[in-house]
Write a protein that binds this ligand. Structure first.
Ligand SMILES: [Zn+2]
Length: 355
């Protein structure tokens, strides 16, 4: 059962907390506002933990705190509003604001032109025409895994080019590699580039790093959100899980493993909770990508999680693998449950696109 944040990253953030407070308190007088900004900074840094090198956690916290202080004074500029739309597609959008939408589309078109032609073609085939990685791999004489890795790098690059299209060229040749490493969540490359030092030193990158890291659902359009109520939903969840896994570059065998873990969890919801939902999201951690499954229900909850997680324990006639089976099949598995309120299972499977 793995926590969401690794220990060394958490320790780096705790170490940085006193400095964050100093940074904020030197610019803001009201103590309550200071507390609020410190809390918001910590939340944002923790949210970026999977995509940020440990050594960059402190510097990122400091520039985030500075940005938060500045944004309270400046208000939200037009660039900020654009960024919000691009990186959090589920955020609120003013429907009447067609001018901004048009500008946004123009910026995106220009950013796409900044990609290499081969990168752009594969991205558009996948995201606009809906061609899956398997069929792209066949066309390109490549493998689905390599295509998924390439798409990941291209999306990271597109996010950077989009911001540069809006904000202009960066002041130093070091900036672009730093922004790309942040955007891709490539932690080893971040460490090699000493990204933390660069962020403290470069105002330009300090202003842009946040929208690159602060995006809640990575490549959110890959998500699937499925209701689970009846047996047929279990079948659908299994099939959809398989598709998401294949699309994320997993082999057919691995996709079956993931699909099996999903159907076990879905079956549990149908049997014990009657209604719930399962979401599937592609996730990345540096060069490693994977699939995260979250199953939520509002059922009776599990009184004794340790007992429920015992191998061989099952509350229905010994059929299926149950929760312990799902845990064995996945790399990370976390369960929280409250009696009378419901249960949430979060599980992730990782694979390495490059040896
Ligand atoms: Zn820079």
């Amino acid at each position: 059962m793995t926590g969401a944040v690794n220990d060394s990253f958490g320790a780096a953030v705790v170490d940085a907390t006193a400095i964050i407070r100093q940074v904020v308190a030197s610019r803001v007088e009201n103590g309550d506002v200071v507390d609020e900004i410190v809390q918001e900074t910590l939340a944002r840094v923790l949210a970026a933990s999977r995509r940020l090198d440990d050594a960059a956690a402190g510097p990122y916290a400091i520039v985030t705190a500075r940005n938060l202080v500045a944004s309270r004074w400046r208000g939200k500029g037009i660039g900020k509003r654009h960024e919000h739309r691009l990186f959090d597609p589920r955020g609120a959008v003013d429907p009447e604001d067609s001018l901004i939408k048009r500008e946004e589309a123009e910026v995106m078109r220009a950013a796409l032109q900044r990609l290499r032609r081969s990168e752009r073609e594969v991205l558009v085939a996948h995201e606009v025409s809906g061609q899956d990685t398997k069929s792209l791999a066949d066309d390109l004489g490549s493998t689905p895994t390599a295509v998924a890795a390439q798409l990941h790098r291209t999306r990271a690059k597109l996010r950077v080019e989009y911001l540069l299209e809006m904000h202009g060229e960066p002041p130093s040749p070091d900036c672009r590699p730093v922004l790309l490493a942040l955007s891709a969540g490539a932690r080893r490359r971040q460490a090699g580039l000493d990204v933390g030092y660069h962020l403290l030193d470069c105002e330009f990158c300090a202003a842009l790093c946040e929208p690159l890291l602060d995006r809640s659902a990575k490549d959110g359009h890959d998500d699937a959100r499925l209701p689970v109520r009846v047996d047929a939903d279990v079948v659908v969840a299994r099939q959809r899980g398989r598709e998401v896994a294949i699309d994320a570059g997993f082999s057919a065998t691995e996709a079956t493993v993931i699909a099996t873990a999903i159907s076990e969890i879905a079956r549990n919801i149908v049997r014990f909770a009657r209604a719930g939902e399962i979401t599937m999201t592609r996730v990345t951690d540096g060069d490693v990508s994977g699939v995260m499954i979250v199953a939520r229900d509002a059922g009776p909850g599990i009184a004794d999680i340790d007992l429920a997680m015992t191998v061989g324990y099952t509350t229905y006639n010994g059929r299926g693998l149950g929760l312990p089976g799902s845990r064995r099949l996945m790399d990370e598995f976390e369960i929280t449950s409250e009696v009378g309120r419901g249960t949430t299972v979060t599980m992730t499977k990782w694979h390495r696109p490059w040896p």
